[in-house]
Design a protein around this ligand. Structure first.
Ligand code: FDP
Length: 340
C-alpha cells in the first residue's frame, strides 16, 4: 500500500445529511412548521443510539431474554426492551409527539403537552435473529394525532392511507435508514465514525418485477390451498415465465422487505392454521412497509385488500402481509382469487 492509500475508502465529497435532506424537503411547503422534520430527526437519533447498543450488545451482556413476556405473549429480549426504552425516552423529549404505540407496550402512552403527531413503532424487529448476529431493524410510522377525531387512541387507529411519514432502519452489514414523507422513498447510510446519516439511496424505486420470493417455507403444511398452489408455481420450471424464482428468507421483516424493495420480487407472510389472522402486526409492521412500498412504486396487500385501506380495531392487530414488485404481488392476488 502506498503512503496515501487508505485501507478504508473515504468519500471524496461530503454527502447530503439526513437533516439537510429533511430541511430542504419541508422548507417553504404550505403550512410547514418544521415539526415533522424535527420528529424524524428525533427518530434518527433513537436509531443511532440503538445502532450503538446493537453493535456492542455481545460485549455488554445485552443478549438473551429478560425473563418477561410482552403483550403478544412472546419472550422479551434484553435488546427489545432497551430499544423500546430508547425510543420512548427520545420521543418524549422531542416534544413533537402526543402519543406512542409500541409492540412492547400493551397500551398506548400519552405524552402531556406535547406535539401533534402519533408514532407507532416496532423497536427491534426480528427478535429471533438478535442473538445470532443476523440483520434486525426498527420500523415506524407517523400519523396526525387529531385526524382520527377527539380521542388520541382513535388517532392511532386510522388506516394506513392517513400515514404522513414512515420508515425503517436495518442494523445489518451497514445501518441504513429508509424514509418517506410522501414524496418518494430515500435511503440514508450511517457513517459510524461521524454518527451521521448521509443520503445513499435517493428516490428508491421497487423494480416492476424481480427474481426472488421470500416466505417461511416451513409453514407450508399450514397454508391454505391457493397459497400452496402459488408456492408450487413460483418454484416450477418455466423459462418463458421467468420461473423458478430464487428463494431468500432472513426471518426479519425489515431485512426481507429491504432486499425486496431494492431488488424486487415478493415477500409474503400469509395467514395459516397457526396464525389465522396473520402473524405480522398491522400498525407498526405492515402499514409502514406498505406505505414505503407504494411510495416506491410497489404494492402491498393482505391477499385480498390493499393493506393501507384496512381500518385497525386495536393497537396490536395482526394481518397477512404480501409486499413487493407490482408484477409479483398482482400474480399472487390472482392465485388468491382463484384466477390462476
Ligand atoms: P420475529 O418473530 O423474529 O420477531 O415481527 C416478527 C417477525 O420476526 C418478523 O420480523 C419476521 O418477518 C417474522 O416474524 C418471522 O416469522 P417466522 O419465524 O415465523 O418465519
Amino acid at each position: 500500500m502506498t503512503e496515501s492509500a487508505s485501507a478504508f475508502p473515504v468519500p471524496t465529497v461530503v454527502g447530503t445529511t439526513l437533516e439537510a435532506h429533511l430541511t430542504a424537503g419541508t422548507r417553504g411547503a404550505p403550512g410547514a412548521t418544521g415539526e415533522l422534520g424535527s420528529l424524524l430527526n428525533a427518530l434518527s437519533l433513537a436509531v443511532r443510539i440503538i445502532h450503538t447498543r446493537v453493535r456492542a450488545a455481545g460485549l455488554a451482556g445485552m443478549l438473551g431474554y429478560t425473563g418477561e413476556t410482552n403483550v403478544q405473549g412472546e419472550e422479551v429480549q434484553k435488546l427489545d426492551a432497551l430499544a423500546n426504552e430508547i425510543l420512548c425516552a427520545v420521543l418524549e423529549k422531542s416534544r413533537r409527539c402526543a402519543m406512542i404505540a409500541s409492540e412492547e407496550l400493551e397500551e398506548a402512552r400519552v405524552f402531556k403537552d406535547s406535539g401533534k403527531y402519533i408514532v407507532c413503532f416496532d423497536p427491534l424487529d426480528g427478535s429471533s435473529n438478535i442473538d445470532v448476529n443476523i440483520s434486525i431493524g426498527t420500523i415506524f410510522c407517523i400519523l396526525r394525532a387529531h385526524d382520527g377525531g377527539a380521542s388520541l387512541l382513535q388517532g392511532a387507529l386510522q388506516p394506513g392511507t392517513k400515514i404522513v411519514a414512515a420508515g425503517y432502519s436495518v442494523y445489518g452489514s451497514a445501518t441504513t435508514l429508509v424514509l418517506s414523507t410522501g414524496h418518494g422513498v430515500h435511503g440514508f447510510t450511517l457513517d459510524p465514525g461521524v454518527g451521521e446519516f448521509f443520503l445513499s439511496h435517493p428516490s428508491i424505486q421497487c423494480p416492476e418485477r424481480g427474481t426472488t420470493y421470500s416466505i417461511n417455507e416451513g409453514n407450508q403444511s399450514r397454508w391454505d390451498e391457493p397459497t400452496r398452489k402459488w408456492a408450487q408455481w413460483i418454484k416450477s420450471e418455466d423459462k418463458a415465465e421467468g420461473l423458478p424464482y430464487g428463494h431468500r428468507y432472513v426471518g426479519t421483516l425489515v431485512a426481507d422487505a429491504h432486499r425486496t424493495l431494492l431488488k424486487g420480487g415478493i415477500f409474503a407472510y400469509p395467514s395459516d392454521r397457526k396464525s389465522p389472522g396473520g402473524k405480522l402486526r398491522l400498525l407498526y409492521e405492515a402499514n409502514p412497509m406498505a406505505y414505503l412500498f407504494e411510495q416506491a412504486g410497489g404494492m402491498a396487500t393482505n391477499g385480498v385488500d390493499r393493506i393501507l385501506d384496512i381500518v385497525p380495531k386495536g393497537l396490536h392487530d395482526r394481518t397477512p402481509l404480501v409486499l413487493g414488485s407490482k408484477h409479483e404481488v398482482a400474480t399472487y392476488r390472482a392465485f388468491m382469487r382463484g384466477e390462476r
